[in-house]
Each structure stands twice: as C-alpha cells, then as structure tokens.
Design a protein. Structure first.
Length: 281
C-alpha cells in the first residue's frame, strides 16, 4: 500500500511479532516499531536477575522460584503484548531503522550480552549453576541434580567442616568438582575401616550410607592437613576419587558452596520433583 506521500505502508504480522519476541525478549516489539519497549524488556529481565543475585534472594529456594517465575512472566507478557499490539496498530509506514539487519543486530547483541554475563556470572553476580553428572556424592546428590552455587560464600570466611563445596582439584584445575569438607588446616585426619577421626575423635557422618562406605578403597591412612589447605571427601566413599588419592585442596581453589537443588532429572529415572529445593545436609 502506498500513501499519498509515496511512503510504503505495511501492516506488521502478529505471528511474526510473537515468534520474534519468543526468539529474543523485546525483538517482537522492535519489529512493531516500539524501540523503547523493546529495549525495556531485556533490560528489566537483566536488572531483576542482577538485583535478586546481589541481594542473595536466589539462594533461598522460594526466592529463586519466585524470581524465575517473574522473569518467565515478563517474557511471556512481552510475547502476548507483541501479538495484541499488532492487531490494534494501524497500517503505518516503516521507519528507516525497521529493517531485517537491525532486527538481526538486536538479536545478536542480546545473545552476546547474555552469553558474556553467563560466562562471568560467578564473578559478576556471585552465583553459578551446575548439572551434577556423577555418583560420587550419593545419596546427598544424585546424577541429574541441577544446583545453585554461591561463589561469594568464602570471600569473607573460611570453609567449615561438613559443607558441600565446588572446588578445583589440584591435579586438574581446569575442571570443577563437588565434595564435602572434612579436614581443616592443621588437623590430623585418620581413616580406618571407613571410619573418619579428627585429631583422634571419631567424626559422626550421617550423610554417608554404610553400603557406600565399607572401607574397600583406599586403605587406612592418617593425614596431617597442611596450613591453608583442606581435606575433602565424597559421600560415596567406595566409588570415588577424592583427597585420599588426589591430595588436600588449597584455600584459593574453592569455587563456592552448594546451596540447593533447583531441578533434578535424568533420562534413566525421569523427573524427581521431591529433590527440588533440597539443601545438602
């Protein structure tokens, strides 16, 4: 359709607006000629998540769920708004910036910014998230648990005995492992027939199941934990590699603490809703 001034007027497509909004928050609104709204959507999503992370709200299971639902609601609302606005909007001439390459730049810029923030979330936002692909912490953690890690936990205090942590092992610092802090700096840790003693006093370990701790591997040992280092053991003692084999872990190798499981699924066992919200004990 040509207007009297010669400008080509074209109605936007509601389906296209909805699909674009689904592909990238705000993109559908940009397509409809609402640039302020378009940029407001991703900025509000990022701002809410940043505020929730910095305020530590996301480290409370209910807080994490509430923030996740809020973000999902804003995203879905932007999709619905894009479709509804298209139906109500009159036929109008396209602005000079309403071109495919502008939409592509918006999509690419949003994707790159999101990727950069996720890559640096441990440092910028103080959290990290992992999928647990192992059996070494049975039954505290199982294959397919997705958990939140507080990467600022040990900025102002030292790890404590019994805490489940994410760390970089001395022999393979390129990877991150999960384990439980057992021996603190300066302590003598003795393991005899699967029983752990700290400075001669037996350690009560309700998180270790007897069938996973028959003392089969490795043999008995006594270790003096050096200053500035920690002895870390896994809960599945007979089926793992931990500080008994790889050595103690330096303080600076701690990545953060395991806070809670926010989702749990494996192809073998399916969805495990009873594990959602669990904190490692």
């Amino acid at each position: 359709m040509l207007h009297a001034d010669g400008a080509r007027r074209r109605r936007r497509h509601g389906l296209a607006a909805g699909l674009l909004a689904l592909a990238s928050p705000g993109l559908g609104l940009l397509y409809l000629g609402r640039p302020r709204w378009a940029f407001a959507v991703p900025l509000s999503l990022g701002g809410i998540w940043a505020a929730a992370a910095w305020s530590r709200v996301i480290f409370v299971p209910l807080g994490f769920a509430a923030v996740a639902l809020l973000l999902l609601g804003i995203w879905l609302a932007s999709i619905v708004a894009a479709v509804r606005l298209e139906r109500r909007a009159p036929v109008a001439a396209r602005a000079r910036w309403q071109r495919w390459y502008v939409y592509l730049a918006f999509f690419g810029g949003s994707a790159l910014l999101h990727a950069a923030l996720m890559e640096n979330r441990a440092r910028v936002f103080g959290y990290d998230a992992f999928n647990y692909p192992s059996l070494s912490m049975l039954e505290t953690m199982v294959w397919g648990d997705n958990f939140v890690c507080d990467t600022w936990r040990y900025r102002d205090r030292d790890p404590q005995r019994g805490e489940v942590v994410v760390f970089l092992p001395p022999r393979d610092p390129s990877r991150k492992y999960v384990g439980r802090v057992i021996g603190l700096p300066g302590e003598s840790v003795q393991i005899e027939n699967g029983v752990v003693s700290i400075d001669g006093k037996r350690l009560d370990e309700p998180y270790v199941r007897p069938e996973n701790n028959r003392g089969l591997f490795p043999g008995d040992s006594t270790t003096r934990v050096p200053a500035g280092r920690y002895l870390i053991l896994d809960d599945n003692r007979d089926n793992t590699v931990d500080s008994r084999m790889s050595g103690t872990v330096p303080r600076e190798s701690f990545h953060g603490s395991v806070e809670f499981i926010w989702f749990s699924f494996s192809w073998r066992n399916g969805l495990r809703p009873e594990r959602i919200g669990l904190r490692p004990a």
